[in-house]
Write a protein that binds this ligand. Structure first.
Ligand code: MD3
Ligand code: FE
Length: 204
């Protein structure tokens, strides 16, 4: 719990170095078939500084028309690759009561990339938590309340850390202020990978 928010569970060093390296290999194989793309903001077309890809039956995209989940890569038109078993198992461990995840958004941050304060509310259900895995350089993460104006708290997310946002925390404002260059040797060329597992549609 952080900020008196229930439903935010932080598991520092949840993954050991071996598990982290395996996930980096998994990331590399996913982006071979579903290359990182540069999303743009709806209406303004301003590019995100974070590049993205997805795996799973649905993937999150943003373009001039809006934010949405879709079954195919916006550039290749191919279906997203499946969510790897290791991440399905991580979800089952961290969110044992939730239905299976349908989307895994992959965020790739180079030094200087950030993500403004936002809510994750493009899903059709908020019943399941969002489960996040950080790999590579440490980032400064900011989390607030249900209103944009609520005070925020910052903490660091390091490689191998897992954050589970469920319950009240599921719709909290949050963002990434900064990636701290040179804080991890996991990725040869530096940077940060964040994987977020999500349920998008209500369970049948
Ligand atoms: C708090 N990603 O992809 S992960 C995102 O590190 C996103 O790339 C950040 O915000 C990143 O939407 C933060 C931690 C996280 C994920 C989901 C949340 C925090 C959250 C949902 C609700 C509140
Ligand atoms: Fe988010």
């Amino acid at each position: 719990e952080i900020n008196g928010l229930t439903g935010l569970d932080y598991y520092p060093a949840y993954l050991d170095r071996t598990d982290q390296s395996r996930l980096v290999d998994t990331f590399r194989s996913i982006v071979e078939s579903a290359p990182l793309f540069q999303p743009v903001m709806p209406k303004t077309a301003k590019p995100f500084s974070v590049r993205m890809s997805n795996c799973g039956p649905l993937g999150w995209v943003s373009d001039v028309n809006g934010y949405r989940y879709q079954p195919a890569h916006p550039v290749t038109g191919l279906p997203w690759p499946p969510i790897p078993q290791s991440l399905i198992e991580l979800w089952s461990s961290c969110a044992p009561q939730a239905p299976e995840p349908e989307a895994c958004l992959i965020n790739f941050y180079t030094p200087g990339a950030k993500m403004g304060l936002h809510q994750d509310k493009d899903e059709q259900t908020f019943e399941a938590p969002v489960v996040s895995v950080s790999l590579g350089d440490t980032a400064t993460f900011r989390v607030g309340g249900l209103s944009r104006k609520d005070p925020t708290r910052s903490f660091k997310l390091a490689s191998g850390d897992v954050v589970v946002m469920g319950g009240e925390a599921r719709l909290c404002y949050h963002g990434i202020d900064k990636v701290l260059e040179g804080t991890s040797t996991l990725l040869k060329n530096g940077g940060r990978i964040n994987l977020t597992l999500r349920r998008v549609t209500p369970p049948s």
